[in-house]
Each structure stands twice: as structure tokens, then as C-alpha cells.
Design a protein around this ligand. Structure first.
Ligand SMILES: [Zn+2]
Length: 325
């Protein structure tokens, strides 16, 4: 089976215009911008596939570098800052699943459960459901266990149970090999089960700023916008084609695919981080720009930045039998 290939770069820091192969479809791709910063690795390049439209981090980041980057994040402060947006996302996910799952006694695995926002929302809405989390961060897993949730850690493929519903809320953009994760999820689904995914997806603003990268006067702003969407944590910005392809390659049929407005952080945090710290806007300009962004993106909802997908295993692929019951 074709996987989600490793990005092949020609050097440590491929410059703008460097030819690449897409890690998703192996199509011809090009580095659209690169930058030097205080990250590890310090030089990051970002590619765009001309065939499937995937935008991706083209610099290979080692597992050690990723672990180090995640370890440097203050998880308590991070989750406190995004508590409100996580709550909104959880409510949205429960509402979506309520329209599909018409019984209480089902089982659900939330992959990347964090501090358990969605686990709590699920338990509250479906008290009779079996709700389990999986988390890579031990501190988050312990916090969920303290709230009496069963949470597994380590290799997702080692989970020894089948589920009716498996959710990945903002996971597919983080993992090195999303096809491998989707394939594992398929094996962990009971017959008739479904996978429910939230992940950042290319919107009109992303496409606009990809074009504006070529305009010298706006290039820095365009680059800052795209860096708000891509990092060593967010390894890819899906296109509809790229995400559908990855799901199909993993043995899923897409049942529904919509692009919705959903922020991972409160909008003021985006303004402070990207306009204040990166572009050095003065404080009043950050406030004004943040207010304008809130009006355009939140009030007018002129942003469709998240893909929300329901996918079911292709009937011919009964991979769930491979898992011990
Ligand atoms: Zn591609």
C-alpha cells in the first residue's frame, strides 16, 4: 500500500523554488518559502504540491526534535489558553455525531484526547457510552485518568479493543505519517464503525496568500499568515484532494466532507503571536487588527479553515479482524 512518504529535500534548507516530490501523492512540488528562526531545526522550508494542492513542511524534522519541541510547550498554560475553543470544538463534534449515532451504548475512542475536553462532552451527552482516550502526552493522559477516564498511551496500533466511533480532533496535521494513523484507526473500528476527523484544510485565504507570496510588498504578511497554519507542529495544510486521497489510500470511503469555521486558539492569541511577536506590530495595531479579524472571520464567518470529515472503512477491507478482541 502506498503510504504518506517522507519528504525528500535536497539539503538542510531548500530555498524558494526548489523542486520536491509531494509527501502525499508524490506529485511535483515546489518550495514556496523558507525562513530562519529560533526553532530546532532553525531553517524551515514549506512546499506546495502542484498536483494535489497539499501545503507541507518540507524540512525533515527528526523525532528527537519534535519530542523536544513538544516538551518545551507548557501544556497547562496552553490548554488553559485554548479552553474556550476546545469547548466549542467538542460541542460541535458531539452535535455532528448525534446526527449519526442514534444509540447511547456505543464505544468511542478519542485519539489525541489532550486534557479530555471531548471525553467529558461525550460522557455528558451519552452517559451510557464507553468512552476511551488515547494520548501521546503522559501528563495529559494522567489528567484524564484523574477524571476517571480510561486513557491509553504509546503506540496507537497496540490498542487491543475495537470501537464503534474513533475521533481525531486536530490530530492529522500533527502526525508524521497520517496514512499510517488512518490505517490503524480502520483496524480499530468495529464493522459498521466510523472515523470522525477535524483538521486544518486549505481555504480561500490560504490560496490567496500563497499567490501573494510573489508580491514583494505583501510577502512578509503572506508568509506570516501561512506560518500561522504550518509549523513543526502543524506539518501539513490539507487540500480537499490531498485529504480525500489519504483517506482512500488508508481504506476509507468519505461519507461527508465539509469545510467549516473553527479556530484552534482564541483570535486574540493569533493576533498577539503573529502580528505582535512576528511582525512587531505596535500594541494598538494588534488590537485593531485583532478586532478586524474577529469581525471578518468570526462575525461574518468568512473563513472556512477546518475540514470536518466522516469516513467509513471500505466494505471490502475488513481490517478490524486483525485486532484481537
Ligand atoms: Zn500532492
Amino acid at each position: 500500500m502506498l503510504g504518506f512518504g517522507r519528504v525528500k529535500v535536497l539539503g538542510a534548507t531548500p530555498g524558494q523554488g526548489t523542486q520536491l516530490r509531494c509527501p502525499g501523492c508524490n506529485g511535483p512540488s515546489i518550495v514556496v518559502f523558507s525562513e530562519h528562526g529560533d526553532t530546532d531545526p532553525p531553517d524551515l522550508a514549506f512546499g506546495l504540491c502542484k498536483q494535489c494542492g497539499l501545503v507541507f513542511l518540507a524540512t525533515k524534522v527528526s523525532e528527537e526534535q519534535l519530542k523536544s519541541a513538544y516538551a518545551a510547550v507548557d501544556s497547562d498554560a496552553y490548554y488553559a489558553a485554548i479552553d474556550s475553543t476546545l469547548g466549542e470544538k467538542s460541542s460541535r463534534a458531539v452535535a455532528d455525531l448525534s446526527a449519526i449515532v442514534d444509540r447511547d451504548g456505543f464505544s468511542l475512542l478519542d485519539v489525541g484526547c489532550g486534557y479530555g475536553h471531548f471525553l467529558r462532552a461525550t460522557r455528558s451527552h451519552w452517559p451510557g457510552a464507553r468512552v476511551v482516550g488515547h494520548e501521546f502526552d503522559d501528563a495529559c493522559a494522567e489528567a484524564c485518568r484523574a477524571a476517571s477516564f480510561q486513557v491509553t498511551t504509546g503506540d496507537l496500533a497496540a490498542v487491543d479493543e475495537l470501537f464503534d466511533v474513533i475521533t481525531l480532533l486536530d490530530v492529522a496535521e500533527h502526525v508524521d505519517d497520517p496514512v499510517q494513523v488512518f490505517t490503524t484507526v480502520r483496524r480499530l473500528l468495529r464493522p459498521g464503525g466510523l472515523m470522525y476527523v477535524h483538521t486544518p484544510c486549505r481555504c480561500g485565504w490560504d490560496s490567496l496568500f500563497l499567490v501573494l507570496l510573489h508580491c514583494p510588498g505583501i510577502r512578509r504578511i503572506s508568509q506570516t499568515w501561512l506560518r500561522s497554519r504550518l509549523s513543526i507542529f502543524h506539518l501539513r495544510l490539507w487540500s480537499d484532494v490531498a485529504l480525500t486521497r489519504a483517506l482512500n489510500v488508508s481504506g476509507f470511503d468519505v461519507e461527508s466532507f465539509s469545510r467549516e469555521f473553527e479556530l484552534s486558539w482564541p483570535i486574540d492569541l493569533y493576533a498577539q503571536n503573529y502580528l505582535g511577536r512576528r511582525l512587531h506590530f505596535p500594541a494598538f495595531a494588534v488590537r485593531v487588527s485583532g478586532g478586524l479579524a474577529r469581525f471578518v472571520f468570526v462575525d461574518l464567518r468568512l473563513l472556512r479553515n477546518k475540514a470536518i470529515v466522516v469516513a467509513r472503512p471500505r466494505p471490502s477491507l475488513n481490517g478490524s479482524r486483525e485486532v484481537a478482541r
